[in-house]
Design a protein around this ligand. Structure first.
Ligand code: BES
Ligand code: MN
Ligand code: ZN
Length: 486
C-alpha cells in the first residue's frame, strides 16, 4: 500500500474517505450524505462504515464515512486503527485502485491520524505469492492512499508506524510461507535480506557450532529432519553503548509433526506456523531497526524442524542441555521447550540481558484456556509482567497473566533425569512455562508469552485478514517505546 500526503484534494479523486467520531455530525458534508448515514444508522462506532455517492465538481464521487468511536476513549488509538482498517476491508478488492483519505475537519491528532493509516495498511496486507489463477474480483485492487487535510506532524508520526507495519508484515510473511520453502536455513536467509543495510548485526550458529556449545536439547529436536537447525541472533544496538540489552527469544519450529510422538493428520498443516514466535521476534527487529529505536535489543530465534525419521529422537531419550541440566524426553511433540531452553541459556550467557522475554506457540492448552483473544503471559517479575500487559493492552495484541509456582514446578521432576519435558494432563501451559523457568538465571527478569492461539486467524479481525496476524511484534515494539525509550 502506497501512502502519500498531499496539500489539496486531487482533482481526479473518485473515492474519498472521511473519519467520523461517534455522535459527531460529519462536518461540511453534503446533506444527502448526512441523511443517508442517519438512515443507515451509521453512528461513527469504531470500524463502522457508511458509503454514499455524491456529485462534486460535476462528477459522481464515492464517499466513505469510517467510524473512529468516542473521541475520548481509552483505546482511542485502536479505534482509529479500526477506522482505517474498515476502509481497507471494504475497498481492497472493490475495483477501486486509489482512495483519498480526507482528514479535513476530522479533529484527529497527528498520532490518531497515523493510527488510521496504520490500520489501513495492516488490514490491506494479504499474501498472494502462490495464487496464479485469481479471478478479477478476487484480486487486490486498492494500491494507493492519498492523505489530505492531515494534522501537523502526521507524516513524522506515520514514518514510525510505517516501520512497525513493515515489521508486522514481515512476521506475517514468515508465518504464511509453506514449510517446504521456509525451513531453518531459509528463515535465516529471509532475515538477513530483510535486515540488510539496517545496522542490525547478525550471528548464525550452525549444527556443528551448537554441538560444540553443548546444545543437546535443541539439536535433539532436529535429529529427525533432513534440514539443518540454526540459532539466529540479531543485534540492534541503538541505545547507550554501555547499557545491557533486553533480549527477545522466539520459538522457530518451521514445521512440527510432533516427531515420533506423531500428531494426528487432520489440521497438521497448521504446524507450519509453529515458528510464529521466532517470526514475531524477527519482525520486531525489522521494526526497531527501521525506526532506529534508541535501545539495545537482542533478538534470538531457535530454528528447527520436528520430523519423525530413523534418526529422530525417541520418547524416553535423555538429552543434555547447554545449561548442563538433563531432560528426559517423554513426548517428542513437546519440542518447543527443548528448543527454547538452549536458546535461553545461550542468550543469557552471551549478553547478560536486563530482561528476557520469549514468544512461543508452545502449547495447545493455551488455546483451550484463552481461545484466540489473548496470549498467555508467565513471568518471574511483576514489574516486567505489568509492562508487557500494558504493551498488549495499548496495541491490541492482548496478554493475560497465568501463575508460576514451586507446586507446578514439581510436576516436571523426572525419576531418571533432572526433569521431564511433559507434566500431567492438567495445567499444560503452566508446566511448559515452569520448564523454561528452570533455564532462567536466578534474579533475571524473564517473561514467557505462549502465543499458540494468536499467530493465525481463521477469520478476518480488526487489522488483519484471515491468516497470519503478526501478533507479538507490536508488544515488543511498544515495550521498547514505553520502557526503554520512554
Ligand atoms: N506447537 C505445539 C503447540 C500448538 C498446538 C500450537 C496447536 C498451536 C496450535 C507444541 O509443540 C505441542 O505440540 N505441544 C503439545 C505439548 C504436549 C505434548 C505436552 C501440545 O500442546 O499438545
Ligand atoms: Mn509439538
Ligand atoms: Zn511445536
Amino acid at each position: 500500500m502506497d501512502i502519500t500526503f498531499a496539500s489539496s484534494l486531487p482533482a481526479d479523486a473518485m473515492l474519498v474517505a472521511h473519519v467520523v467520531n461517534r455522535g459527531d455530525a460529519p462536518a461540511g458534508l453534503e446533506p444527502v450524505l448526512v441523511e443517508g448515514a442517519r438512515a443507515a444508522r451509521f453512528k461513527g462506532g469504531a470500524g463502522q462504515l457508511f458509503e454514499g455517492f455524491v456529485e462534486r465538481g460535476g462528477k459522481i464521487v464515492r464517499v466513505a464515512l469510517s467510524g473512529a468511536g468516542e473521541g475520548d476513549a481509552a483505546d482511542r488509538g485502536i479505534n482509529c486503527e479500526k477506522a482505517g482498517a474498515a476502509i481497507a476491508g471494504k475497498y481492497l478488492c472493490s475495483g477501486e485502485t486509489a482512495v483519498v483519505l480526507d482528514l479535513t475537519g476530522s479533529g484527529l491528532s497527528a498520532a490518531e491520524a497515523a493510527s488510521v493509516l496504520f490500520g489501513l495498511r495492516l488490514r490491506s496486507w494479504r499474501y498472494d505469492a502462490y495464487r496464479t489463477r485469481m479471478k478479477d474480483e478476487q484480486k487486490k485492487t486498492l494500491a494507493g492512499v492519498t492523505v489530505v487535510g492531515a494534522p501537523d506532524g502526521t507524516e513524522d508520526a506515520w514514518a514510525k508506524e510505517a516501520a512497525l507495519a513493515e515489521g508486522v508484515e514481515f512476521a506475517r510473511v514468515l508465518a504464511a510461507e509453506p514449510p517446504n520453502l521456509l525451513y531453518p536455513v531459509e528463515f535465516v536467509a529471509r532475515c538477513e535480506k530483510a535486515l540488510a543495510g539496517t545496522g542490525v548485526e547478525i550471528v548464525v550458529l550452525d549444527d556443528a557450532e551448537m554441538e560444540k556449545l553443548g546444545m543437546g536439547s535443541l539439536l535433539g529436536v532436529g535429529l529427525g529432519s533432513e534440514r539443518d537447525s540454526r540459532l539466529l541472533c540479531m543485534k540492534w544496538m541503538g541505545g547507550n553503548p554501555g547499557d545491557r540489552p533486553t533480549a527477545f527469544v522466539g520459538k522457530g519450529v518451521t514445521f512440527d509433526t510432533g516427531g515420533i510422538s506423531l500428531k494426528p493428520g487432520p489440521g497438521m498443516e497448521d504446524m507450519k506456523w509453529d515458528m510464529g514466535g521466532a517470526g514475531a521476534v524477527a519482525g520486531a527487529m525489522v521494526a526497531l531497526a527501521l525506526r532506529k529505536a534508541k535501545a539495545n535489543i537482542i533478538g534470538v530465534c531457535g530454528l528447527v524442524e520436528n520430523m519423525p525419521d530413523g534418526r529422530a529422537q525417541r520418547p524416553g531419550d535423555i538429552v543434555t542441555s547447554m545449561s548442563g541440566q538433563t531432560i528426559e524426553v517423554l513426548n517428542t511433540d513437546a519440542e518447543g521447550r527443548l528448543v527454547l531452553c538452549d536458546a535461553l541459556t545461550w542468550t543469557q550467557q552471551q549478553f547478560d540481558p536486563v530482561a528476557v522475554v520469549d514468544f512461543a506457540t508452545l502449547t495447545g492448552a493455551m488455546i483451550i484456556a484463552l481461545g484466540n483473544e489473548h496470549g498467555g503471559l508467565f513471568s518471574n517479575d511483576d514489574t516486567l509482567a505489568e509492562r508487557l500487559l500494558s504493551a498488549g493492552q495499548a496495541t491490541g495484541d492482548k496478554l493475560w497473566r497465568f501463575p508460576l509456582s514451586p507446586a507446578y514446578d514439581k510436576l516436571i521432576d523426572s525419576p531418571i533425569a533432572d526433569m521431564k519435558n511433559v507434566g500431567p494432563r492438567g495445567a499444560g501451559s503452566i508446566t511448559a512455562a515452569q520448564f523454561l523457568q528452570r533455564f532462567i538465571d536466578k534474579d533475571r527478569p524473564w517473561a514467557h508469552c505462549d502465543i499458540a492461539g494468536m499467530v493465525w486467524a481463521d477469520k478476518p479481525g480488526q487489522t488483519w485478514d484471515k491468516g497470519a496476524t503478526g501478533y507479538g511484534v507490536r508488544i515488543m515494539d511498544r515495550y521498547v517505546r514505553d520502557v526503554l525509550e520512554g
